[in-house]
Design a protein around this ligand. Structure first.
Ligand SMILES: Nc1nc2c(ncn2[C@@H]2O[C@H](COP(=O)(O)OP(=O)(O)OP(=O)(O)O)[C@@H](O)[C@H]2O)c(=O)[nH]1
Ligand SMILES: [Mg+2]
Length: 452
């Protein structure tokens, strides 16, 4: 039997122990599972209390079961739900009883959603949105995923694809009539017009929303700088807890420490790194190497200094903000420049310069506000953002490029234009998961949780 025809089961709720656990079963044996474990198949979609029993009739649990006959179910197959008590032993007994049934096995990650996709319950953009919704940590991520789940991108892509196919039908008819000049141009001119309108719409969606797909992964802000300037103190202040060790010894931090922050709904990972200096200790050297590498691929670098350091900016592609710490000490030592002037002033690389006191808290609010602004600019406002993932953006860009090329090459021959239109339709088909999907499906659904 093909693995896809087997019946699958998994725990769909959180990790045990929990008050209630939801175990879902999907596939042709779902009804049989109910008959054998619950003693009957209850009325469809009606919560029914039963005593679950193992094959030897020993009781497993007092539970509630639900029956969703296919195709009107989440996966499109027959689905049974067991709402049992979420104890580890209860679940172990329930899983053992299910696994003992013929043609029933534990589900792979994302397998329920994959079946739903294969049965046409959702398109690939919606499946991705579902995964994003489950993994959303902040409100903005949640709202974006929810918007995606409405299938707006999928609806648009389906509409565009249909219109591309119409345009290419016109062009191909034009090719057939190419001996009769008038008929041919009468077909091709409107086709070209259609393509231009389409291209405009796709470009609008691409341009409209910044890079809201980056909301999924969030921003990475690396805090680097010389030793002992207060990097770890700043990370603790941003995290509002003691995540990193702070000490007056230079070279305290060696490993990279990461904290996840929710800044006004924007997911931001702040990383604390080893102070950058010529170190003798090989462990510290490795820490410095890692610090530089991490800063090199961060989205933003906060180069932290205190009054004792010259501003010696690191070499990296990301914007660098110079943050001057320990302004509470200013006036006591040989420190140039006034702290007031330093607060959120334009900096040398077009970034900003901020004066703070990480230990006393001065300027932390301003720094957070500046980070929120930065995040907003990176992600776009996200209002009406249709693109949820890099994969989707790439395919839309490919579609736009192919449409643009079809317009450019039409003078050289209609066949060339028709070929480009086919490429455009193919990209949209991939976006929806309609064409050559096997390989990308494996990648996408593997990321899902088990039980989803
Ligand atoms: N006065 C004052 N002291 C600070 C401030 N921020 C940090 N310090 C002190 O500076 C020292 C170094 O702080 P850390 O946070 O460990 O510095 P670091 O940059 O992480 O140091 P390394 O990990 O060794 O590179 C500690 O003694 C802190 O208490 C500040 O704003 N004002
Ligand atoms: Mg440190």
């Amino acid at each position: 039997m093909h693995p896809r025809e087997q019946t699958i089961f998994a725990l769909s709720s959180g990790r045990p122990p929990s008050a209630i656990a939801l175990v879902r079963v999907s596939g042709p044996q779902a009804g049989n599972a109910l008959t054998l474990l619950a003693g009957k198949i209850p009325a469809p979609r009606l919560a029914t209390r039963v005593l679950l029993r193992a094959a030897d009739q020993t009781p497993i649990d007092d539970a509630v079961v639900l029956w969703f006959p296919g195709p009107a179910s989440a996966t499109g197959e027959d689905v049974a739900e067991f709402h049992a008590h979420g104890g580890r032993a209860v679940l172990a007994a329930l899983f053992a009883a299910l696994a003992a049934l013929p043609d029933v096995r534990a589900a792979d990650p994302g397998e329920f959603t994959r079946r739903a996709f294969e049965n046409g319950k959702l398109d690939l953009t919606e499946a991705e949105a579902l995964d994003d919704l489950i993994h959303a940590d902040t409100n903005r991520q949640r709202r974006q995923a929810l918007r995606q789940l409405k299938g707006l991108l999928g609806d648009k892509a389906r509409d565009w694809r249909a219109r591309i196919i119409e345009a290419s039908a016109l062009i191909e008819a034009g090719i057939d009539f190419s001996d009769e000049g008038d008929v041919s141009s009468e077909l091709i001119a409107p086709a070209l017009e259609k393509v231009k309108i389409l291209l405009g719409e796709i470009e609008e969606v691409l341009a409209a929303q910044g890079r809201s797909e980056r909301l999924r992964d969030g921003l990475v802000v690396a805090i680097t700088g010389p030793p002992n300037v207060g990097k770890s103190t700043l990370v603790n202040a941003l995290a509002r807890r003691e995540v990193a060790i702070v000490s007056p010894h230079a070279g305290t931090t060696r490993d990279i420490i990461e904290v996840q922050l929710d800044l006004d709904g924007y997911p931001v990972t702040v990383i604390d790194t080893a102070g950058v200096r010529e170190a003798d200790d090989p462990v510290e050297q490795e820490g410095v190497r890692r610090a530089k590498a991490r800063a090199a691929d961060a989205d933003l670098v906060l180069w932290l200094v205190d009054g004792h350091y010259e501003i010696d900016l690191p070499d990296c592609a990301a914007p660098v903000w110079v943050v001057r710490n320990k302004i509470d000490l200013e006036g006591e030592g040989p420190i140039a420049g006034s702290s007031a002037a330093l607060r959120v002033a334009p900096g040398p690389t077009g970034g900003i310069r901020i004066g703070i006191s990480a230990s006393r808290g001065d300027g932390i609010r301003e720094l957070v506000a500046a980070l929120v602004d930065f995040a907003r600019n990176c992600f776009g406002s996200g209002v009406g953002g249709l693109i949820g993932r890099e994969r989707q953006r790439k395919l839309l860009q490919q579609t736009a490029v192919a449409l643009q090329r079809s317009i450019t090459v039409i003078g050289e021959g209609e066949e060339l234009a028709a070929e480009e239109l086919r490429a455009a339709a193919l990209s949209l088909g991939r976006l929806l998961g309609r064409v050559d999907v096997e390989d990308i499906l494996d990648v996408i659904f593997r990321e899902f949780c088990i039980g989803k």
